[in-house]
Design a protein. Structure first.
Length: 257
């Protein structure tokens, strides 16, 4: 008999991580990985545009060459909750670039956009993590979270966490995250930009608790019947009462004659 954990309906993590290598013991949870550092829609697509360039043109014309992922917001909360202004998002990523032994000019650039049901009309503005500046930056990995970076990061290559929070725009049903290089930095050969633990969490502000992570992970197969189960929950409007938590495992059984 093989055990399998079920995915809670309250799971909020919508975007997987993309990474070049593991940074130094980030205080985060892990997800599935896409191994990459030359972030683009296809191999060589990074040569279809030139940087530095102005950001307006970059957002309009160059994101088609970015690596991207689109998710349905209604996997996390209802459309009526979004339209009532109850949807909140928390978007974060760790960003770095190649700085040893050579100082490459490229810097990573991450964009979050919300779209309608068809995924063709953008709703709201752009949420941008540009590794050349400290806008929305929280802290370096070293001495996290009490080591905020300076305003100009164009010549800096260490890991920095970026974070944005806000209300999901009314009418939004999809979200797309784009991964590319900054329009405010140059390029030397193929781009060398690093991104890790990219997360988009979406939740209803009227809910009391959000599921964050667990071990075994949701959907994991081959779980031992005597496995130790751990779970991380996030407080939203009230503190979690640990005396009221119930864990209801589901098992997939295989019968052999």
């Amino acid at each position: 008999m093989a055990g399998s954990t079920s995915t809670p309906t309250t799971i909020r993590r919508l975007i997987s991580r993309v990474r070049r290598f593991l940074p130094p013991r980030f205080p985060e949870v892990s997800g599935r990985s896409i191994w990459s550092w030359q972030h683009a829609s296809a191999f060589g697509a990074w040569d279809n545009f030139v940087t530095p360039t102005n950001e307006v043109d970059h957002l309009q014309y160059n994101l088609q060459w970015a690596n991207s992922q689109t998710v349905n917001l209604t996997n996390a909360l209802t459309g009526s909750a979004i339209d009532a202004g109850l949807g909140r998002y928390s978007f974060s990523s760790w960003l770095a670039s190649y700085g040893q032994p050579n100082q490459n000019p490229e810097q990573p650039y991450v964009v979050l956009r919300f779209f309608d049901t068809a995924g063709t009309t953008q709703i709201g503005g752009n949420i941008i993590f540009d590794r050349t500046v400290n806008t929305l930056a929280v802290s370096y990995a070293n001495n996290y979270p009490t080591n905020p970076p300076p305003a100009d990061l164009s010549a800096d290559h260490d890991w920095v966490k970026y974070l944005a929070t806000g209300t999901v725009p009314t009418g939004a049903r999809k979200a797309t995250v784009y991964l590319t290089r900054s329009p405010n930095a140059g390029k030397s050969n193929s781009p060398d930009t690093y991104m890790d633990l990219i997360k988009l969490d979406v939740f209803n502000v009227n809910e009391t608790t959000s599921f964050d992570s667990s071990s075994p992970v949701p959907g994991q197969n081959g779980v031992s019947p005597d496995a130790s189960v751990t779970m991380v929950l996030k407080d939203i409007s009230t503190q979690v009462n640990t005396n009221t938590i119930q864990i209801l495992p589901q098992f997939n059984t295989t019968h052999r004659d």
